[in-house]
Design a protein around this ligand. Structure first.
Ligand code: 13P
Ligand code: SF4
Length: 357
């Protein structure tokens, strides 16, 4: 492991974290009626749901019941091209919809709310990012999936949390120096575990940034048998206490496969739906997002992911609004960095899907 210090060179814009949207509560009859209606609309539109583990459990369930996909961002990217559906309805955040459109320009890609962005994406504006890259032309540009299509268009490679380590290790072994954006915690983690020379953008995830090292230490003392599962967008002092660090799919696999009965989970709590489904007898505890007397903004749930609901999913299927568009020149460049990742994943047998799915 290398401990080379990280250099921060670009002042990253402040990202305002929105309040969680409040959706009208539905009783069981209303919910099942709405789900039935959405199923009919999906059929009528020849549409399929592609959902992330952080969205509401009802949306994940609906995606599974209708033959769609519930997955991490690596598998969501791969999945779109494997289905015959003419419309992909992406329940997640905007970069996931853009990636689906870039890879499947012939398909219609809809999202329940186009305002569902991501603090990493918003904290890495394309113009500033291009300037940063232009100042370091000798470096291979590797960007995290959580970026705009324009940022991907300036990159050599796109990676997700599920494949960042092997790709950067591969580039490092080829002698390449890396310019990494936008997540500094994931970048630091990858740098430590590969020893690669990495220049890091200073972005962060508003949700994972809030997990607290001290409070986690205390919680671990209360649950000494619990395994600690951490997404690599979390700060170093949280990552350093983890038993398992990995993508959302890797963390779900750990709950299903490890013998522990209790797990402390440092990632968005939307993931609990799938963890409970696969391991109903295991106890899941959210990692602390605030120390004594402190408050949290996102409180372990991404406010942008929360912008997806049964209600606005139905609306978008009726109206056909909220279609993702990516300009042709941006798409032409962005598709290279995404395809490189997918080709690497196929060649090295790396999958973001859960076993048997
Ligand atoms: P995964 O690729 O691990 O699903 O992560 C996506 C994400 O946005 C995490 O915050
Ligand atoms: Fe972005 Fe963080 Fe939300 Fe994931 S959890 S979409 S990284 S803000």
């Amino acid at each position: 492991m290398s401990t080379r210090p990280i250099e921060f060179r670009v002042p990253v814009p402040h990202v305002k974290v929105p309040a969680h949207p409040v959706w009208p509560t539905l009783d069981a009859t209303e919910k099942s009626h709405l789900k039935r209606r959405i199923k009919e609309l999906l059929k009528a539109n020849n549409a399929i749901l592609v959902a992330h583990y952080y969205v509401d459990g009802d949306l994940q369930e609906l995606a599974e019941e209708t033959g769609g996909c519930v997955a991490d961002s690596l598998e969501m990217a791969r999945y779109g091209s494997t289905t015959d559906a003419a419309t992909l309805v992406v329940c997640g955040v905007r970069f996931m919809g853009e990636t689906a459109k870039i890879l499947n320009p012939e398909k219609r890609v809809l999202m329940p709310d186009l305002g569902a962005t991501c603090s990493l994406d918003e904290g890495c504006p394309a113009d500033l990012f291009r300037e940063f890259c232009d100042r370091h032309p000798e470096r291979t540009v590797v960007v995290y999936a959580n970026t705009s299509a324009e940022v991907k268009a300036r990159a050599d490679w796109m990676v997700t949390s599920g494949i960042a380590l092997p790709i950067v290790r591969h580039l490092h072994e080829r002698g390449e120096k890396i310019l990494w954006a936008p997540d500094r915690h994931l970048g630091h983690y990858v740098q430590q575990h590969t020893g690669a020379d990495m220049l890091l953008w200073e972005g962060s995830c508003a949700v994972h940034e809030e997990f607290k090292g001290f409070a986690l230490e205390r919680l671990k003392r209360l649950h000494p048998e619990a395994a600690v599962l951490v997404h690599p967008e979390s700060p170093h002092e949280v990552l350093s206490q983890a038993d398992v660090v990995g993508s959302t799919t890797a963390l779900i696999k750990a709950v299903a496969q490890l013998p522990n009965k209790e797990f402390i989970v440092a990632t968005d709590d939307g993931i609990f739906w799938k963890m409970h489904q696969l391991a109903p007898d295991k106890k899941l505890i959210s990692a602390p997002t605030a120390g004594a007397g402190a408050t949290c903004e996102s409180c372990a749930h991404c406010p942008w992911m929360a912008m997806n609901s049964l209600q606005n999913l139905e609306q978008v299927l009726i109206s056909g609004e909220n279609a993702i568009e990516v300009a042709a020149d941006v798409r032409r460049n962005a598709v290279r960095s995404i395809r490189r990742m997918l080709d690497f994943a196929a060649e090295h047998n790396i999958s973001g899907a859960l076993p048997g799915r």
